[in-house]
Design a protein around this ligand. Structure first.
Ligand SMILES: Nc1ncnc2c1ncn2[C@@H]1O[C@H](COP(=O)(O)OP(=O)(O)OP(=O)(O)O)[C@@H](O)[C@H]1O
Length: 274
């Protein structure tokens, strides 16, 4: 059984440290963790470091589990592909990943199941290059799932999907986490979806983890103000689900004073550049 604990994880691009000292409690299998935070907070960089795609400091502790090739899979944010392959071929290649290209009947059946679960069976024969953004994102999810990961890091997997598909995919991922007893981390900007579909949340700001815990503990008015600079609160909606009510950007970022300061700074930058 795999568990995941991050200890003092950091990573940098050149000399710029973009993630530092991320230490989490042990994340249990069968759970979905929302990784939240503003643009450029470091969520993708953290995922890349945990997946071993970026170098850096710290320890990725998998408990007693021995790391194998597909133990940790990262599904990137940018799922564009120019490969001249059909959807089905691309998923077979993802499943085989350098191992023997002989495909067993049970592997094909599993691919069919995943395509059916994501409702993209009708795309199987289409070329990757002719898919819409949302269709490409669904195919990328299928390509990741066939690799049978124990830890799945999904970078904004629903950003190109319509509302119905977003809810379907998040609910499906929750079922996959529980059904296959795997660990799923999802970088996500929709905090209401995090509240609805994730067990816990990790909040990142400026490359540091500022909160970790049950979603309803992490996502509150303090987080909205301190991490997202918006005024708002969480209340129960008519269905009894926690739901964010936003008033707008917090006074600090919205004030005339700050706008004036920003203009002045831009003027100074322009003058300095002359
Ligand atoms: N390849 C790269 N080279 C240099 N800097 C990078 C590179 N990729 C990301 N960065 C920088 O690292 C910081 C963190 O970026 P990252 O993509 O991890 O943020 P994020 O939280 O995933 O953002 P978003 O929500 O906008 O996707 C940003 O300042 C970004 O400009």
């Amino acid at each position: 059984m795999v568990t995941l604990r991050l200890e003092n994880i950091g990573t940098r691009y050149g000399k710029v440290q973009v993630v530092s000292d991320v230490t989490t409690p042990t994340i249990q299998p069968g759970t979905v963790t929302a990784v939240i935070g503003p643009n450029a907070a470091g969520k993708s960089s953290l995922f890349r470091r945990v997946a071993g795609l970026a170098k850096g400091d710290g320890i990725v502790d998998l408990g007693s589990h021995r790391k194998e090739r597909n133990t940790i899979c990262y599904m990137p944010q940018d799922t564009g592909s120019t490969a001249v392959l059909s959807v089905y071929e691309s998923i077979i290649l993802a499943a085989k990943q350098g191992s023997s290209l002989r495909v067993r009947a049970d592997e094909l059946a599993r691919i069919d199941d995943i395509l059916a679960a994501l409702r993209i069976g009708d795309l199987a024969a289409r070329n990757l290059g002719e898919l819409s953004g949302g269709q490409r994102q669904l195919v990328a999810i299928a390509q990741t799932l066939v690799r049978d990961p124990k830890i799945l890091l999904m970078d904004e997997p629903t950003s190109a999907l319509d509302l119905h598909r977003q809810m379907e995919v998040l609910s499906f991922m929750r079922d996959v986490a529980k059904g296959q007893n795997i660990i799923v981390l999802i970088a996500i900007h929709d905090l209401n979806h995090a509240l609805q579909y994730c067990d816990q949340a990790m909040a990142i700001r400026n490359g540091k983890m500022v909160a970790f815990g049950p979603c309803s503990d992490v996502i509150d008015s303090d987080l909205l103000r301190d991490v997202y600079q918006v005024d708002g609160h969480v209340e129960l909606n008519s269905l009894g689900h926690p739901h964010i009510v936003l008033r707008g950007p917090s006074d600090e970022t919205n004030s005339r004073h700050n706008t004036a300061t920003a203009r002045k700074t831009l003027t100074e930058v322009a003058q300095a550049a002359q």
